[in-house]
Design a protein around this ligand. Structure first.
Ligand SMILES: Cc1ncc(COP(=O)(O)O)c(C=O)c1O
Length: 396
């Protein structure tokens, strides 16, 4: 059977593969602590679960509009206004099967083979994979750890070429937890707008910020920025419902119109049950979001303190948002015989400490491993103890 060149060169998501591998080992009886996945360990809010149950019994079981029900879209319009000051109409939003599909849709509407997309490293693995799947070329701009894993305006100016179609901006960032302040967002946005470069702004962690706020979306920097920016958002992180696969895209009408046509042919609307969940999440009590944020912050503070105390591991940049921490492991790479990079360190930690952490190379962050602290405090404490014991044996 012939497999297309496009899919032949596509690699499975490294984080998904790594998490799956760790889970399989755990299910087979291995005593592993898995700090690899980017999914909250909380249950979705009770009122959201109740809304899904109600929808299942009394709600829509037929096909609906491709971008999602009008009721859900109108709630999203109000939510975006309330949370980000973004003014859009119901024709400018579309629900998809998670932020991941929203991102793919947004890029599919922009990229022709050979087009360039600016991707800021460290980056979420999916960005480069989706750009390449569409025949685009990812132009990686590295946010050095010495600059808090953030890129400078100068770097963006240099990366822009006549072939640049868009930039993917992710604030706060997976995997680094770096957070761009409102002033920084304004400056980067104005550079892009000046170059007529579209912005795909991945804002799935917008509600999980610890310091450095307030949050500013590039879409609200100016009218012109609004005409060039599509916001990717979701419910997996903010409302702890990753398995229900619901996210959205909000942007200029001509862009969204093409995305609706594309999704209509590719997958149609996301499940009506998930739309009901999103509707309840947006319109219900938001206290639960704050409670989760506080809990993540407690875990971050614990990890920062505990990991900095382990010789051989380093934390150069305390994360200001999301629920990830990049831990520097260059000393371990040097200390371990035959270790070539962060991938070998991850495998060694899996073997020796029985802790699963994703190697940084998959995020364009060689020399680091990513710890997800979307895990219970108990697991984090046990993981730190194991890391301390395993790394301690190296006598660093
Ligand atoms: C930066 C970023 N964007 C988007 C997503 C996708 O979220 P969803 O579950 O809504 O597809 C993730 C999930 O890990 C993420 O880390």
């Amino acid at each position: 059977m012939h497999i297309s060149n496009r899919l032949n060169s596509l690699k499975p998501s490294a984080t998904v593969a790594f998490t799956e591998k760790a889970r399989t080992l755990k299910q087979a009886g291995h005593d592993l602590i898995v700090l690899a996945a980017g999914e909250p360990d909380f249950a979705p809010p009770r009122h959201v679960r109740e809304a899904v149950a109600r929808e299942a019994f009394e709600g829509v079981t037929r096909y609906g509009p491709t971008p999602g029900s009008l009721e859900a879209r109108e709630a999203l319009v109000e939510y975006l206004e309330r949370t980000k000051g973004l003014h859009v109409s119901a024709n400018q939003v579309i629900f998809s099967n998670g932020a991941k599909q929203a991102l793919f849709n947004a890029l599919a509407a922009l990229i022709d083979p050979g087009d360039e997309v600016i991707v800021l490293a460290p980056y979420w693995v999916t960005y480069t994979a989706q750009v390449e799947l569409l025949g685009g070329i990812g132009r990686i701009v590295v946010g050095e750890s010495s600059r808090g894993f953030k890129v400078t305006p100068e770097q963006i100016r240099e990366a822009l070429t006549p072939k640049t179609r868009c930039i993917i901006f992710n604030n706060p960032s997976n995997p680094s937890g770096a957070f761009y302040t409102a002033d920084e967002v304004r400056e980067l946005t104005e550079i892009c707008v000046g170059a007529e470069c579209a912005i795909v702004s991945d804002e799935v962690y917008d509600m999980i910020i610890y310091e450095g706020g307030p949050y500013l979306s590039p879409a609200v920097v100016s009218d012109k920025a609004g005409e060039l920016t599509a916001v990717v958002g979701g419910f997996s992180k903010t409302y702890a419902m990753p398995g229900w696969r619901i996210g959205y895209l909000a942007g200029p009408e001509p862009w969204i119109k093409k995305v609706i046509a594309f999704q209509g042919q590719a997958t149609h609307h996301p499940s009506a049950l998930s739309q009901a969940a999103a509707l309840a999440a947006m319109t219900g009590d938001q206290q639960v979001v704050e409670e989760m944020r506080q809990e993540f912050r407690k875990r971050r503070d614990f990890l920062l303190d505990a990991i900095s105390g382990i010789p051989g591991l380093s934390v150069e940049v305390p994360p200001q948002g999301a629920f990830y921490l990049l831990v520097g492991v260059t000393e371990l790479v040097e200390a371990l015989p035959d270790a070539d990079g962060s991938n070998d360190v991850s495998l060694w930690l899996l073997e020796e400490a029985k802790v699963a952490l994703v190697p940084g190379d998959v995020f364009g962050a060689e020399g680091f491993v990513r710890v997800s602290y979307a895990a219970s405090m108990e697991d984090l404490e046990r993981a730190v103890q194991r890391l301390e014991e395993a790394v301690g044996k190296l006598g660093l």
